[in-house]
Design a binder for this molecule. Structure first.
Ligand SMILES: Cc1cc2nc3c(=O)[nH]c(=O)nc-3n(C[C@H](O)[C@H](O)[C@H](O)COP(=O)(O)OP(=O)(O)OC[C@H]3O[C@@H](n4cnc5c(N)ncnc54)[C@H](O)[C@@H]3O)c2cc1C
Length: 492
């Protein structure tokens, strides 16, 4: 089903040209795909959403010989993961970094022969310096990461060590997060609350929390300790491994190559630019209607719409309360910066109380200078206005919040996707606040089905790497297999 043509402009993504003071909307990408020429009305299965969850489910169902329709609201595949081609640079607008310690994504990277196409982001390489806030005249310390680690790693261990076993007793099998719920319920507190329990100086506490806020792009009060402990468990209980998994390795040609590879194996029909408005169980099948007026029928539906958008769709049976009330905390922003000045490999952070919480060098630019990637905090400057309405404010915040005086950045362009105001995402990667896993998220995790015929699957409630590409692939593959087995059972 893939098109082998070059990049086409998506309606999505923004770019700001500093010298012209001009914002343009729409970026070129290989992720834009044509809809199928012929679309029938009746299918074995309909998969809603062409993010990684939907792509994996649709591929596996069609490879198993099922008659499948993939319905997507956007003009492209990939959902919250897509690569824009900007001045010859593969610019990751959403999901980016992957790792061989993430089993589902690495299986796909291997399946499509993309292992040789993995590169390291320069700001997370061994030669990169790190910088963080402190009360020096500059406001920042810039040093070798080995020096930072001497202070950070013992503090991090203390932070996670709630049980004298380095945190190991709460998630002994991290892909079964609900297994020891009775042990962890009382630990479903915020990062701030956990840090306040430690007998450490205020400086050490703030230093520790500044490294943790990046994960959720939100403040320490809004981010859950338990969510962090889950990811730490998945990272083999090692904070540096966690950081490496989250920000070191990426696909040189872009994540859209992986999405396109999965899509190329898909043998069913696809319809883009179709917003699903209802998913209704009827007698022995499911009716799916779009806002454009199409009505389709299928024996089974896999709905991969993100958590924050599910309530926009009418479901029967109706959506369980947990899906309506559970929210994740990440309303942050990811903004690429092109600097005309070259910047040596470097990783800079501030904390959850600043507008911009992290920035790091990504790679040298073909035009000269350096590409950097930055992350903005949800409830600060970012949420108060669209970056597109005041891009200069973002650049100013970046310079003030996270760039030490010893580093010089000269932004010529910034590039971003406004995930929080995107009606089909309403947020960035799912990172939860306190009381979610012990509440609604836990319920969702244990039962992501609406009925025998409707599965709700998305990375936002993955059992493993929740909020990550790996989690999307895990959920998509499982939903695809469960649906195929059920179809086989019905067929006798
Ligand atoms: C800024 C950012 C940075 C990230 N960084 C990383 C990273 O480095 N590594 C990593 O592993 N993960 C990262 N992630 C997370 C990762 O991108 C997501 O977890 C993953 O892509 C989610 O895939 P999904 O298919 O479950 O959901 P989505 O990608 O959200 O797919 C759902 C699809 O459903 C469609 N849809 C929604 N509503 C409707 C409707 N009504 N009708 C039809 N279609 C609809 C959407 O358009 C979308 O295509 C990042 C995410 C963001 C936003």
């Amino acid at each position: 089903m893939s098109s082998s043509a070059g990049p086409v402009a998506s309606s999505e993504g923004y770019r700001y040209d500093v010298s012209r003071n001009l914002v343009t909307a729409g970026l070129a990408t290989q992720a834009v795909k044509p809809s199928s020429n012929y679309i029938g009305r009746s299918y074995d299965a309909i998969v809603i959403g062409a993010g990684f969850t939907g792509l994996a489910a649709a591929r596996d169902l069609s490879v198993a010989g099922k008659h499948v329709l993939l319905l997507e609201a956007r003009d492209r595949i990939g959902g919250r993961t897509w690569t824009a081609q900007v001045d010859g640079h593969n610019t990751e607008m959403g999901g980016t970094w992957i790792h061989w310690l993430q089993p589902h994504v690495w299986a796909e990277v291997t399946r499509y022969g993309l292992v040789d196409g993995v590169k390291i982001s320069s700001g997370t390489s061994n030669e990169a310096d790190v910088s963080y806030l402190n009360d020096t005249k500059d406001g920042f310390v810039k040093e070798r990461p080995e020096i930072t680690d001497l202070r950070l790693l013992p503090l991090m261990f203390k932070f996670m060590d709630i049980d004298g076993a380095g945190g190991r007793t709460l998630f002994p099998q991290p892909y079964q997060p609900m297994q020891c719920a009775d042990l962890w319920t009382s630990w479903d507190i915020s990062l701030q609350e956990r840090a306040d329990q430690l007998d450490i100086s205020i400086e050490d506490r703030d230093f520790l929390l500044s490294w943790l806020c990046i994960n959720a792009c939100s403040s320490a009060a809004e981010s859950s300790f338990l969510n962090m402990l889950r990811l730490y468990a998945l990272s083999g209980y090692d904070f540096n491994t966690f950081m490496e998994i989250c920000g070191k390795m990426k696909l040189k040609e872009g994540t859209t190559t992986l999405a396109s590879a999965i899509y190329s194996e898909y043998k069913g029909a696809s319809l883009f630019n179709r917003v699903v408005k209802s998913v209704l169980s009827t007698d022995g099948e499911v009716e799916v209607a779009t806002k454009a007026g199409d009505v389709f029928h299928a024996k089974h539906v896999i709905c991969t719409i993100p958590l924050h958008c599910l309530s926009d769709v009418e479901f029967s049976p109706s959506l369980p309360q947990a899906f309506k009330t559970t929210k994740h905390a990440n309303l942050g922003a990811k903004v690429h910066i092109h600097s005309s000045l070259s910047v040596d490999p470097w990783f800079g952070i501030s904390d959850g109380n600043h507008s911009v919480c992290a920035v790091f060098t990504e790679s040298p630019s073909a035009q000269g200078g350096t590409h950097l990637v930055s992350f903005g905090i949800s409830d600060k400057l970012i949420a108060q206005h669209h970056i597109k309405d005041n891009p200069k404010a973002y650049i100013l915040a970046l310079q003030n919040d996270v760039v030490p005086k010893s580093v010089r950045i000269e932004p010529t362009h910034i590039t971003w996707h406004d995930w929080t105001r995107d009606e089909f995402a309403k947020g960035a990667w799912a990172s939860y606040g306190p009381k979610q896993l012990s509440g609604g998220l836990g319920e969702i995790t244990m039962n992501p089905r609406l009925s025998d015929r409707i599965i709700l699957a998305n990375a936002d409630w993955a059992t493993g790497w929740v909020g990550y590409i790996d989690g999307a692939l895990e959920m998509g593959r499982k939903a695809g297999r469960d649906t195929a087995l059920e179809l086989d059972r019905i067929a006798g």
